[in-house]
Design a protein around this ligand. Structure first.
Ligand code: F0G
Length: 437
């Protein structure tokens, strides 16, 4: 069966073969001004934090027909409490969970879905640990396309599962893990004209490079020393690396930051590769409660490895206990994120302790998903039902004390004035007004 504009489901070769440098571009100052000015436009394509940078995304013929939910333009938060916990003076969080479907996947999906539409595909598909499927389902629905998602049964957060149903995708829960879902999906797209939207799709990476542009734009074109990202299928680290390297190439920034990738200890093939003297990649059987990054055989590992090697940076891992603590610490700063995003803070603490990141370095954590994606995890943590005794046994005394201080289990009371006052009075003694009313 023939398919519109190419072989079924097979995305084109990497668009970096045709780098933006071959496109006629204004000078760096002109581009910065243009991108800034678009923020005040009322056009959807200008309001998108991805298509605002369209000079660096020469992937669609008609930019007025792109599929956008006004993704991107996410906040860069100062994180003084987490900075102190990690041992650095200056820490920021680029919160990609503030995208329309609650994760960084939207920036890639607007790009790749727009290409699918231009090529006339009726169906799109992906295998996912939950966020890609949520994003794909939403953008497909906006474009009037049908979507099919393969997800590991019982191993994705409910918020994400509910999203793909809400946006009308055909949701297939398979009794396997993410890596098994990918294998089966490849069989499906080989047989039918379905556009494959997994992160091997090069257009996704083009969209996912734009947070790199936003970070430096938000810092008035200053380049931080270090970017810390979670690693699962390893597309995000590659995409951000590409964004920074292209900016340097175009004279928008004088140098690139280091990029470090943090994995969950139970799903750590890149960490093992990094510490292997032969630098061999060996897939692992993945297991972690940070289900977004429960991936043992990452598709884009070579690109991520190249980014770490070319830009500098490290690969670290975080235990279940360390991830839970870091997530609670990010939550306690009023920001919040999903478990997979919290590996960044857990990993940064280790990089600082090892002397790989110095106190003076300006570090940006990339928080990839919203805290509401996995509220079950958060509730279990605060109720003290998440971590096993064996996992807690691995905590240092300081970590154990932090867990105890951070846990805020809900208090269930009779709706009676005396009962409520008696229960809360001991806490109220600590309440002081710092400002006169
Ligand atoms: N953080 C979150 C919240 C994710 O959903 C993912 C990946 C990652 C980090 C890792 O990014 O794969 O580019 O290294 N989620 C994919 C999905 C696999 O299907 O939603 P990566």
């Amino acid at each position: 069966m023939s398919s519109p504009g190419g072989s079924p489901g097979a995305p084109d070769s990497d668009p970096s073969a045709n780098p933006p440098s071959t496109v006629r571009l204004p000078n760096p100052g002109g581009m910065r001004h243009l991108w800034q000015e678009r923020r005040t436009s009322t056009m959807a394509v200008d309001q998108s934090g991805v298509w605002r940078f369209r000079e660096l995304l020469p992937i669609v013929r008609d930019v007025d027909r792109v599929v956008t939910l006004r993704e991107g333009n996410t906040p860069l938060y100062e994180m003084p409490q987490c900075a102190a916990l990690a041992g650095v003076d200056w820490l920021l969080a680029k919160h990609q969970g503030m995208n329309p479907t609650g994760s960084f996947k939207d920036t890639g999906m607007t790009a790749a879905l727009s290409v699918a539409v231009e090529r006339g595909f009726q169906w799109v598909a992906c295998a996912s640990t939950g966020n890609t499927s949520a994003a794909m389902a939403a953008y497909a629905a906006r474009a009037g396309l049908r979507s099919i998602v393969f997800i590991p049964d019982g191993k994705i957060a409910w918020g994400k599962l509910s999203q793909s149903m809400d946006y009308g995708a055909m949701t297939v829960q398979l009794k396997t893990d993410f890596d098994g879902c990918v294998r089966l999906l490849l069989e499906l797209v080989r047989r039918f004209p379905i556009y494959l939207l997994n992160s091997v799709n090069p257009y996704r990476l083009e969209g996912q490079k734009t947070p790199a542009l936003e970070i430096v734009e938000q810092l008035e074109w200053q380049v931080p020393e270090h970017i810390v990202v979670p690693g699962g299928n390893l597309a995000n680290s590659s995409a951000l690396g590409k964004g920074f390297m292209e900016m340097k190439h175009l004279g928008l920034i004088p140098r690139v930051p280091k990029i470090s990738v943090i994995q969950a200890q139970g799903a750590n093939p890149l960490y093992r590769w990094f510490n292997d003297s032969n630098r061999e990649m060996k897939p692992v059987a993945a297991e972690t409660r940070a289900t977004a990054i429960r991936i043992g055989n990452p598709a884009s590992w070579k690109k991520a490895a190249r980014v770490i090697e070319q830009m500098g940076g490290w690969c670290e891992q975080a235990s279940e206990q360390e991830i839970a603590l870091a997530k609670a610490e990010i939550g306690a700063e009023g920001v919040g994120c999903e478990p997979a995003s919290a590996v960044t803070l857990a990993g940064l603490k280790k990089l600082v302790a090892q002397g790989r990141v110095t106190r003076e370095e300006r570090v940006v954590l990339v928080l990839t998903g919203h805290t509401l994606k996995d509220s079950q995890y958060t509730i279990a943590y605060h109720r003290g039902e998440l971590l096993t005794a064996a996992e807690m046994a691995g905590a240092t005394p300081a970590e154990a004390a932090s867990h105890a201080a951070l846990r805020k289990p809900p208090i269930v009371l009779e709706a009676d004035e005396a009962v409520v006052l008696r229960a809360l009075e001991p806490y109220m003694h600590a309440a002081r007004l710092t400002q006169p009313v």
